[in-house]
Design a protein around this ligand. Sequence first.
Ligand SMILES: [Zn+2]
Length: 138
Amino acid sequence: MDAPEPDWQALRTRARAAAATSYAPYSNVTVGAAALTSLGTIIEGANVENASYGLTLCAECALLGDLVRNGGGQLVAVAVVAGDGEPLTPCGRCRQLLFEHGGPQLLIDQGELRAPVRLSALLPDAFGPNDLGARSQT
Ligand SMILES: [Zn+2]
């Protein structure tokens, strides 16, 4: 089955709406994420800050919770935006989290003026579930 074609403008709009629901009292940087899955569903997430700062959850973390909660599937395309609608690139931790559910072919939005980029370009030679199986001692 071919992956569904992403509607990037719709994903950006949903991501911006998700950003409006974020909890960001410390940085005041609201972030929203929206993704198309292989099942054709759209999932969303927003950042959730914490007074400890280090325990802050990025929007992509909430996005993956939404993915699992809504039946799973593989991520096909992801848009992450700040509250002003401008694109943000996933941080290092989130690149690894996204790899688990989207693999190297996952498309990451770069905004209206640039073509989407594959996750493999943002996280080359990624460690993933296959590496665990290949090195299991059992
Ligand atoms: Zn992150």
